[in-house]
Design a protein around this ligand. Structure first.
Ligand code: G16
Ligand code: MG
Length: 215
């Protein structure tokens, strides 16, 4: 019945939130603002442009379009520098084993990420070879909770949304999957990801035959 697994990147396969946090924090020095960890949490799954808008809003700063585009470049350059050091050790626990299992079982595998740097990260960490399709921030126009990123993933794999299972750590991502007519597995806490069909705390020790047995 289910033919494809669609994975979010940050917070599901790897933890790049720490690098986004460092880069946004450093950027805040331009307008005297220090992002908190709690706020960084709210930027997960949110596009780069929208993240800056939220930060400026929290900081109470009105910026010109010129400043904003300058800051977006500055943040990304710093972020690229940070992720250039990423390696396979940064794949989250249990992920490689889970990808091996579903590959053997014949599932198609796609990425559904808001990041425009997704391919760099997949290459640096050695995750790339598992993927049959990659839909990232360069291929979508609407941010999660819009289902666009996952619908395009299903389309690229040649399957229907009802045949897809999405793996997400963000509330907006789970919402995107459900709106798109897909099953959603949340990675995190049940209390937060309560819209998901199932929630696991991590992939460690997870058997696909137990997890993917939806009714
Ligand atoms: C990720 C992160 C977000 C980030 C977004 C865009 O989303 O969770 O914090 O703002 O990508 O990243 P970039 O600046 O690299 O284009 P996801 O969908 O992989 O969780
Ligand atoms: Mg995520």
């Amino acid at each position: 019945k289910y033919k494809a697994c669609l994975f979010d990147l940050d917070g599901v396969l790897v933890d790049t939130a720490i690098y986004h946090f460092k880069a946004w924090r450093a950027l805040g020095q331009n307008f005297g603002y220090q992002l908190t960890e709690e706020q960084n949490e709210q930027l997960k799954g949110i596009s780069r442009v929208e993240s800056l808008d939220r930060i400026l809003n929290w900081a109470g700063v009105q910026a010109s379009e010129e400043d904003k585009s300058k800051w977006l470049i500055e943040k990304n350059e710093h972020y690229l520098e940070l992720i250039s050091q990423m390696n396979p050790n940064e794949i989250l626990p249990g992920v490689s084993d889970f990808l091996d299992q579903i590959k053997k079982e014949g599932y198609l595998i796609a990425l559904g990420s808001a990041s425009k740097n997704a391919e760099i990260i997949l290459n640096k960490t050695g995750l790339m070879h598992w993927f049959d399709a990659i839909i990232d921030g360069n291929k979508v126009t609407k941010s999660k909770p819009d289902p666009e990123v996952f619908l395009k993933g299903a389309e690229a794999l040649g399957v229907s949304p009802a045949e897809c299972i999405v793996f997400e750590d963000a509330v907006a991502g789970v919402e995107a999957a459900k709106t798109g007519g897909m099953k959603a597995v949340g990675i995190g806490e049940v209390s937060v990801l309560n819209q998901a069909d199932k929630v696991i705390s991590s992939f460690e020790g997870i058997l696909s035959k137990d997890l993917l047995n939806f009714q």
